[in-house]
Design a protein around this ligand. Structure first.
Ligand code: PHE
Ligand code: NA
Length: 452
């Protein structure tokens, strides 16, 4: 391939790529979603399946996404088309990119609503409204927020504008700075929270809940959720990592880079779980409380600890930043596509897409109030979009990327890009050809045809 760089620009260094991709990966998926779905799906066995999916399916697919993007140096649709063409003379695999962009739009619409919850909690922490709150009061306060569409709309709009502004500014100015400073700070605060969780008396119970494996608690639906979450949390199956890979310079090893990103993402999720569950158990709360888990448990914890108001505010600021850097990456592939395919100005592309996803977000925030009657397959809009993206669209996109990288892309190209040979290459290749597609297919099969 001839393009040396993407017309969108390049990351300043390999580290910046790692930071940006980590910024995309580490987000609400780790701190909000992972603990609550672990709680809903019974703990240990779910965590084990999730970790296996990250290692056996997620990491190899992430390598494929990065190399396809980097090879073509274009937005995901065009990158897939180009690599498809040079491998088999047809551009048909570009279709994966189309589905990916749709996934990005759907995910953004509920992601931004949750981002809005986080912004609201920054305010609540800062003003001390939640000092010394009991767990019942914290639950009621969260419920009241969900039932208040006007407040939610304000925060959702603010979060959307913040995201669109960075995407409009381009990859170098916006994304890098946010990630470089905020990610380490987020991690330090999580450790502080973990330290507090250890003093609550619920730590052993929290630890056991997360790491005692009891397969009788695992259903095929839970396995699908674990698999789907491994895609969601690593930002896979929709082109985000492919787009970020297209801005990567040639002088970086894809394998090591991707391992670092996967390890950081996993670490943040596990620490978030270990910080949240002890608080849940120590206060007699329900681990299966659902999406409100973090928003109900953490204010109680901050209300009880010294300097809780300060730490609480800081914590939600950092979660907000983590959500923000992920939200940016949800829009980036489509904006790059609009710029490259339709020659739109970046600003116009970001605003056009931004208005569309913001509008869809209104249906998500209304799911808890004025649109609670509107259901699809028994789920409100918010839950439905969350479910079909994470559990169907991303795994499907992932399978297709794996099949494409394993069976269609010429070995020679894959070896060149990944700089792998011998056993390591064989392992990656087996994962693309067999392990990843079969794992996804088996879980989907048993979900549709339960054993009993
Ligand atoms: N990985 C992000 C998170 O864990 C969410 C995300 C999914 C971002 C897909 C981009 C693409 O919060
Ligand atoms: Na994540």
């Amino acid at each position: 391939m001839t393009n040396k760089t993407s017309i969108q620009g390049s990351w300043a260094s390999r580290w910046i790529f790692i930071l940006a991709a980590t910024g995309s990966a580490v987000g609400l998926g780790n701190i909000w979603k992972f603990p609550y779905i672990t709680g809903e799906n019974g703990g240990g066995a779910f965590v084990l399946v999730y970790l296996a999916c990250i290692l056996l399916v997620g990491i190899p697919i992430m390598m494929a996404e990065v190399f396809i993007g980097r090879r073509a140096r274009k937005n995901p649709i065009n990158a897939l088309m180009d690599v498809s063409e040079e491998s088999e003379g047809s551009r048909k695999w570009g279709i994966i990119g189309v589905m990916g962009m749709l996934s990005g739009v759907f995910i953004f619409s509920f992601y931004s609503v949750v981002g809005g919850w986080v912004l609201h909690y920054i305010k609540v922490m800062l003003t001390g409204e939640m000092a010394d709150i009991t767990s019942d009061q914290a639950g009621a306060a969260f419920g009241a927020l969900l039932a208040d569409p006007a407040t939610l709309l304000g925060w959702h709009t603010l979060f959307s504008i913040m995201t669109i502004a960075v995407v409009a500014a381009g990859i170098n100015k916006g994304i890098e700075t946010a990630t470089r400073i905020m990610m380490p700070a987020l991690f330090v605060l999580l450790i502080i929270l973990l330290g507090y969780a250890m003093t609550t008396g619920g730590f052993a119970q929290g630890w056991n809940f997360m790491f005692n494996v009891d397969f009788s608690k695992l259903s095929w639906n839970s396995a699908l959720i674990a698999l789907g979450h491994s895609f969601f949390t690593l930002s896979l199956g929709m082109g985000t990592i492919m787009a970020y890979g297209s801005y990567m310079t040639k002088n970086a090893s894809i394998g090591k880079t991707v391992l670092a990103i996967g390890a950081l993402d996993t670490l943040v999720a596990l620490v978030a779980g270990l910080a949240i569950f002890p608080i849940i158990f120590a206060n007699g709360m329900d681990p299966a409380a659902g999406p409100g888990l973090m928003f109900i448990s953490l204010p109680v914890a901050f209300g009880q600890m010294p300097f809780g108001q300060l730490f609480g505010t800081l914590f939600f600021v950092l979660v907000g930043v983590a959500a923000w850097t992920s939200a940016i990456s949800l829009l980036e592939p489509t904006v790059a596509f609009l710029v490259e395919r339709f020659k739109m100005k970046r600003t116009n592309a970001a605003i056009t897409l931004g208005v569309a996803v913001w509008a869809l977000g209104i249906a998500c925030l209304g799911s808890f109030s004025f649109m609670s009657d509107v259901t699809l397959f028994g789920k409100n809009t918010f839950d439905f979009l969350d479910y079909i993206t994470a559990n169907i669209m991303l795994p499907l996109g992932g399978i297709l990327i794996a099949l494409f990288a394993g069976w269609v892309v010429k070995d020679k190209f894959a070896k060149e890009e990944l700089e792998l040979s011998g056993t390591l290459y064989a392992l990656w290749n087996i994962s693309m050809k067999f392990t990843a597609p079969i794992a996804v297919a088996v879980v989907l099969y048993f979900l549709i045809n339960p054993l009993t």
